[in-house]
Design a protein around this ligand. Structure first.
Ligand code: ADP
Ligand code: F6P
Length: 468
C-alpha cells in the first residue's frame, strides 16, 4: 500500500523523466517551475505527486525521488487518445483559448475524461492522510475536486488552472458544461492566472447553476468556494544564475557567430501550438523584409518550435503551415548559406535556451491567447546585461505584469510589425530602463511566491508554505 501524505499534488504529468541506463529504466526529476516551487512543501510533508508517467499500459509502482513520493497513474492507449489528445487537447484546450481553433466535441472523449479523472481522484483519496491538503492542477483534471470531495469530505482541496478560463458565452458551448463547473466547485479555492478569469468563473456559477456569490466567494451546498488570481511565475534567481554562467555567456556569443554575427537576432521559442501566434510572427517578419524595413543578413530570425501533441490534427495542420511559411521566407529572402529564418523543431536543455535568450536582441512572444507565457518571463530574467527587447502580445497573461515590454495586438499585423520595428530601433538606454523595471518585478514575483500565496489563501499555515 502506498505511503500516506498530508500534502498531495495531482497533475496530469509527473515531474519525472524516464531514462534508460545500461538497459535499465530509471527516473530523474524533470526540471519544471512547478516542481521547483512545490519541492520544499512536498519534502516537508513527505508529500506525494500523483500523475501520468508517460507511455501507455501499466503504470510503474510508486517510488520515492528526492524526498517526494511519486505515484504513477496508468493510461491505456485508448485513454491517451480520448482523454488526453481528445477531450483535453482537442476540446477544452481550443475552447479555453478563445476558440482560436474550432473545438471538437465527442461523447466518447467525455466518457474517457470522466473515467480518468475518477482514477486520479481515487488515487488521491487513497494516499491523502486525514485532513490533508490536495492541490489539483490544470484543465485535464477539472472533475477531480468534486469527485475527491465526494470520497473524502475531510480534505482541504485547491485547484489551479494554468490556462485561460473563457467568458461565459464560450464556456456555454461545452456539452457537459455543468459537470465541469460542478467539478471545479468541489475545491475550496479555485485559482486562475488572471483576475478576469476568476470573474468569468464566479459569474458563470451564477449564470449556469444559479449560485450566489459575494466578491470572489461562491456559496455551494452550504460551503464557500473562493476564486482568485494567482499569476504563475518562474524560478527567477535560478534563471538569472544560469544566464550569468560563463559557459552560457560563451555559448550565446557562439550562437551569434554561428548566425553570421548579424546586427539583429530575432527569437521565438514556443511549443508548436496554434495559440502561440507563430505564423503571424513569421508573416510580420516576411512583410518587413518585403517592405525593405529589415534586411538579410543584417536581421535573422530563429524560431524554436518544440514538438507538442503531435497526434492531434490541429497540431499536424499547424506544423505544415508553419513549415510552408518558413520555406517561403527562406526561398524569397535567404541567400546561399544565409537563411532568413532558422527553424528548429527540437527540444533543448534549459542552458541552451538561456544562451539563446542571451543571444537575442528581440524576443517575439505573440500568442493569440495564453494563460501566462513563461518564455516571456524567462527572457527578461536572463538579460542581466539589461539588453534585449521583448515584443509581447496583449493576449498573454504575462502582459498584465510585463508592462514595459513592446506590447502588441497579435490580431493586427501592422501593430505586430510596428512593435517589432520599434523594438529593433530602440536605444540601449531605453531598453535598459524597460528591463530594469520588469526584472525587479520578477525578483519579487517568482514561482515560490506564487505557491506561497495560493497555499496561504487555501489556509495551509504560513510555516508550511514554500520557503524562499
Ligand atoms: P506552455 O506552458 O504553453 O508550453 P510557457 O511559455 O508558459 O508555455 O512554458 C513553456 C516552457 O517550456 C518554458 O519553461 C520554456 O523554457 C520551455 N520550453 C519551450 N521550448 C522548449 C524547447 N524547445 N526545449 C526545452 N524547453 C522548452
Ligand atoms: O501550460 C499548459 C500545459 O498543458 C501544461 O500543463 C503542460 O506542462 C504544457 O502545457 C505542455 O503540454 P503537454 O503536457 O500536453 O505536453
Amino acid at each position: 500500500m502506498a505511503e500516506r501524505s498530508s500534502f498531495v499534488v495531482v497533475a496530469n504529468r509527473l515531474p519525472v523523466d524516464e531514462v534508460i541506463v545500461d538497459g535499465e529504466r530509471q527516473w530523474r526529476p524533470s526540471p519544471g517551475g512547478l516542481v521547483t516551487a512545490l519541492h520544499p512543501v512536498l519534502t516537508q510533508h513527505r508529500g506525494t505527486w500523483i500523475g501520468w508517467a508517460g507511455g501507455d499500459g501499466e503504470a510503474p509502482e510508486p517510488f520515492e525521488l528526492e524526498g517526494i513520493n511519486i505515484h504513477p497513474v496508468p493510461l491505456s492507449a485508448e485513454e491517451l487518445e480520448r482523454y488526453y489528445e481528445g477531450q483535453s487537447n482537442a476540446t477544452i484546450w481550443p475552447l479555453y483559448h478563445d476558440a482560436v481553433e474550432t473545438p471538437v466535441y465527442k461523447r466518447r472523449w467525455r466518457e474517457a475524461y470522466r473515467m480518468v479523472n475518477q482514477r486520479f481522484a481515487q488515487a488521491a483519496a487513497e494516499v491523502a492522510e486525514e485532513g490533508a491538503t490536495v492541490w489539483v492542477q490544470d484543465y485535464q483534471l477539472q472533475l477531480v475536486p468534486a469527485m475527491l470531495r465526494e470520497m473524502r469530505p475531510d480534505l482541504r482541496i485547491g485547484f489551479f488552472l494554468h490556462i485561460p478560463f473563457p467568458p461565459i458565452e464560450l464556456f456555454m458551448q461545452m456539452p457537459f458544461r455543468a459537470e465541469i463547473l460542478r467539478g471545479l466547485l468541489g475545491a475550496d479555492l479555485v485559482g486562475f492566472q488572471q483576475r478576469l478569469a476568476a470573474q468569468n468563473f464566479v459569474r458563470l456559477a451564477r449564470h449556469l447553476l444559479g449560485l450566489r456569490y459575494e466578491g470572489q466567494s461562491i456559496q455551494v451546498d452550504g460551503r464557500k468556494v473562493k476564486a482568485g488570481a494567482f499569476p504563475i511565475s518562474i524560478d527567477t534567481a535560478d534563471m538569472e544564475r544560469m544566464a550569468a554562467d560563463p559557459k552560457v555567456q560563451a555559448r550565446a556569443k557562439e550562437i551569434r557567430a554561428e548566425l553570421g554575427d548579424p546586427e539583429t537576432v530575432i527569437l521565438g521559442v514556443d511549443r508548436l501550438d496554434y495559440t502561440k501566434g507563430i505564423e503571424l510572427r513569421l508573416k510580420a517578419f516576411r512583410e518587413l523584409l518585403a517592405d525593405g524595413k529589415l534586411k538579410v543578413p543584417d536581421a535573422v530570425m530563429v524560431q524554436v518550435a518544440t514538438p507538442s501533441r503531435e497526434r492531434v490534427e490541429h497540431y499536424q495542420t499547424l506544423r505544415v503551415k508553419v513549415e510552408r511559411e518558413v520555406g517561403r521566407i527562406n526561398g524569397e529572402f535567404g541567400k546561399v548559406g544565409m537563411p532568413a529564418v532558422h527553424y528548429l523543431h527540437q527540444s533543448y536543455s534549459k542552458q541552451e535556451l538561456a544562451a539563446m535568450y542571451v543571444a537575442a536582441d528581440v524576443m517575439m512572444v505573440t500568442p493569440l491567447r495564453d494563460g501566462m507565457n513563461l518564455v516571456a518571463k524567462e527572457y527578461v530574467a536572463c538579460r542581466s546585461d539589461r539588453g534585449g527587447a521583448l515584443v509581447l502580445s496583449e493576449f498573454a497573461g504575462a502582459a498584465t505584469e510585463l508592462r514595459q515590454s513592446f506590447l502588441c495586438n497579435p490580431h493586427d499585423p501592422d501593430g505586430v510589425k510596428d512593435a517589432l520595428l520599434r523594438a529593433v530601433a530602440a536605444e540601449p538606454a531605453e531598453l535598459k530602463r524597460r528591463m530594469r523595471v520588469m526584472q525587479r518585478h520578477l525578483r519579487t514575483h517568482d514561482v515560490a511566491e506564487w505557491a506561497r500565496s495560493f497555499l496561504n489563501e487555501l489556509g495551509v499555515p504560513e510555516t508550511d508554505a514554500a520557503p524562499d
